[in-house]
Design a protein around this ligand. Structure first.
Ligand code: ADP
Ligand code: MG
Length: 477
C-alpha cells in the first residue's frame, strides 16, 4: 500500500515497501513524500505531514545539523525521540541516506524490539492495574508512559507527564538537593534507589510517598514506582509520641516521689529552726523556705507532661513577664560572662491569655539554653513584637555554637541532649506549653553563628489595626 508518491523514484519505493523497518522519503524541508506500511503502523502517521513533527523535544539545531551533515557525507545515523502508537515515546535510531540528484532523503528507523506478546500483555496489565503510580522513562529521562494512578497521587492529567523530562516529577516534591544527589548516586551505582518523600500539595494534607526507581539495563528504561505510605508514617509518628510521653511520665513520677521525701524532712527542720532563729538567720531561713517551695513546684511541673495541663489562666503582658524573667536569669548570665539585651520597650499591650507560670518556664528554658550555647562575651537578644496582627511574637537569639540540621530535627524529642549534665527535657516542655497556649515555635540555627527561637502566641486583644510602635524584624515564624 502506498500512502503517497510525490516524484519519488520507483526503485526507492520498491525497496522501502520491502523493508520490515519503518521507512520514509522526505524533502530537505522535512515534508514527507512517501512512507511505507511499517512507518504508517508504528508512528500512526499517514505520511502527509512533516517528519520533524515526529520528534519529541529535539535538541535545538537538530534539523540544521542533520541537513548539513548529510549534504556533506551523504548519510547519517542519529538517535531521536519519537512518539509511537498508544502515546508511547521511544528513542529510535534513524538512518538517513541523501539522494543528491533528487534533493530527497531516505530514512529507515530501528524501533526498539517489543517484548513477546504474552510478556507484553502481562507487563501492561501489571502496569495498568497497579495500586502504585508508575512511570516509565527512557535512558535520557524522558517519560514515555504513566499508569492511571496519576490522578489519585497528584490530581494531574496524563499529559502533564507524557513526553516531558523527569524534571516535572521532581518539581512536585520540595527536596533538599543533598538527598536527591544521593538518590541519583544510588541509581547510577546499583541501578536501584528508594526513599520516602513528602508531598505537600495534596488537598487532604501532607502525604508521604515511597519512591522507588529501577533501571533495567536490557531495555534501557527507568521504572519509577510510588506507593502511598501516609498511613504508616502517621502511625509511626503517633507511636513514637506516646512512647516518649509515657516514658517521661513514669520517670517524672518516680523522680518526684524520690525527691519529695527528703524535701519534706528539710521543710520540717526549717520550720523548727525558725522558732529559735535570730533576725539575721531568719532572713536566710526564709530564702531556704522559698527555694524549697520552688523545688516543689518544679517537681510538680515534671508531672505535667504526663497529665493534661491544669487551667490557671489569666491575662498578662508577655513583654512584662519577659523583663521579669530576664531579671531572674541575669545572675546566671553575669556569672557566665554573657550580656542580655531586650530590644525595644517593654510592651505593656503585649497581652496574652494563659498560665503565666508555664510561660515563665518557657522563657527560662529558652534563656538558659541560649546562655549555655555561648562562651563568655556572648549576647542573648530578646524581643517582643506586635507586628503580626492578632499575635504576639517573641524572639530569642544567641550568637553561640548553633546546631546543624540533624540536631535541630531532634531538639524537641524528650531526652535529646548534647550536654553532659543536660536532661533533654527543657524543649519538650517548652513545646508542650506553647501548644497548650495555641502558639507555635520555630527555630533557625547555623553552626558557629547562633540560634534564634521564635515563639508566636495568640494575642489577648484583637488587632484590628497595627497598634504597634516598635518596628522590628520578625524572622519568618
Ligand atoms: N540556643 C541553643 N543553641 C544551641 N543548641 C541548643 C540551643 N537550645 C537547645 N539546644 C540543643 O538542644 C538540646 C536540648 O535542649 P533541652 O531540651 O533544653 O535539653 P538540655 O538543655 O537539658 O540539653 C541541647 O542539649 C542542645 O544541644
Ligand atoms: Mg535546656
Amino acid at each position: 500500500m502506498k500512502y503517497q508518491t510525490k516524484n519519488v523514484m520507483k526503485h526507492i519505493t520498491f525497496i522501502l515497501d520491502d523493508a520490515i523497518r519503518p521507512g520514509a522519503v522526505f524533502g530537505l524541508e522535512g515534508t514527507l513524500l512517501y512512507v511505507n506500511d511499517s512507518f504508517h503502523k508504528e508512528f500512526v502517521n499517514d505520511g502527509t505531514g512533516n517528519i520533524r513533527e515526529l520528534f519529541i523535544m529535539p535538541p535545538t539545531n537538530l534539523w540544521d545539523d542533520i541537513i548539513s551533515d548529510i549534504k556533506k557525507t551523504g548519510n547519517k545515523t542519529i538517535d531521536v525521540n519519537i512518539r509511537l502508537g498508544q502515546n508511547r515515546i521511544s528513542s529510535v535510531r534513524m538512518h538517513l541516506e541523501y539522494l543528491d540528484d533528487d534533493q530527497q532523503v531516505i530514512a529507515l528507523f530501528d524501533v526498539p524490539q517489543k517484548f513477546g506478546d504474552i510478556a507484553e500483555k502481562t507487563y501492561i496489565q501489571a502496569f495498568r492495574n497497579s495500586d502504585s503510580f508508575m512511570v516509565v522513562m527512557n535512558r535520557d529521562g524522558l517519560i514515555y508512559d504513566v499508569n492511571d494512578q496519576h490522578s489519585t497521587f497528584f490530581n494531574l492529567p496524563k499529559k502533564y507527564f507524557l513526553g516531558k523530562s523527569a524534571e516535572v516529577i521532581l518539581k512536585l516534591f520540595p527536596e533538599d538537593p543533598e538527598s536527591l544527589i544521593n538518590y541519583y548516586k544510588d541509581i547510577n551505582l546499583y541501578g536501584f534507589a528508594e526513599k520516602i518523600t513528602r508531598y505537600d500539595r495534596s488537598e487532604d494534607g501532607v502525604r508521604y510517598y515511597q519512591v522507588t526507581t529501577l533501571y533495567d539495563c536490557e531495555t534501557q528504561v527507568y521504572l519509577v514506582r510510588m506507593n502511598d505510605r501516609t498511613e504508616e508514617m502517621a502511625m509511626k509518628n503517633s507511636l513514637a509520641h506516646t512512647n516518649s510521653l509515657s516514658t517521661i511520665g513514669q520517670l517524672a513520677a518516680s523522680i518526684a516521689h524520690e525527691i519529695r521525701n527528703p524535701m519534706t524532712t528539710l521543710k520540717g527542720f526549717v520550720q523548727l529552726l525558725k522558732i529559735s532563729a535570730t533576725k539575721d538567720a531568719m532572713k536566710y531561713l526564709s530564702v531556704i523556705d522559698e527555694e524549697v517551695d520552688r523545688m516543689e513546684s518544679i517537681l510538680s511541673e515534671m508531672l505535667v507532661l504526663s497529665k493534661p495541663g491544669q487551667n490557671e489562666r489569666t491575662t498578662f503582658s508577655l513583654g512584662v513577664l519577659v523583663a521579669d524573667m530576664i531579671q531572674v536569669i541575669y545572675p546566671k548570665a553575669l556569672m557566665d560572662g554573657i550580656t542580655i539585651t531586650q530590644k525595644g520597650n517593654i510592651l505593656k499591650d503585649s497581652l496574652i491569655n494563659g498560665d503565666s507560670d508555664k510561660i515563665k518556664q518557657v522563657l527560662l528554658n529558652l534563656f538558659k539554653n541560649g546562655i549555655e550555647a555561648m562562651t563568655p562575651g556572648g549576647n542573648l537578644s530578646v524581643f517582643v513584637s506586635l507586628d503580626s496582627p492578632g499575635k504576639v511574637v517573641l524572639g530569642i537569639s544567641d550568637n553561640g555554637k548553633g546546631m546543624d540540621t540533624e540536631q535541630v530535627k531532634q531538639i524537641f524529642i524528650p531526652f535529646f541532649t548534647t550536654k553532659s549534665d543536660g536532661s533533654g527535657l527543657g524543649l519538650p516542655f517548652v513545646l508542650k506549653y506553647i501548644e497548650e497556649h495555641g502558639g507555635t515555635i520555630t527555630v533557625e540555627s547555623e553552626v558557629d553563628i547562633g540560634t534564634t527561637f521564635i515563639v508566636t502566641l495568640p494575642s489577648a486583644i484583637r488587632h484590628d489595626s497595627a497598634t504597634d510602635t516598635t518596628k522590628k524584624r520578625v524572622h519568618s515564624p
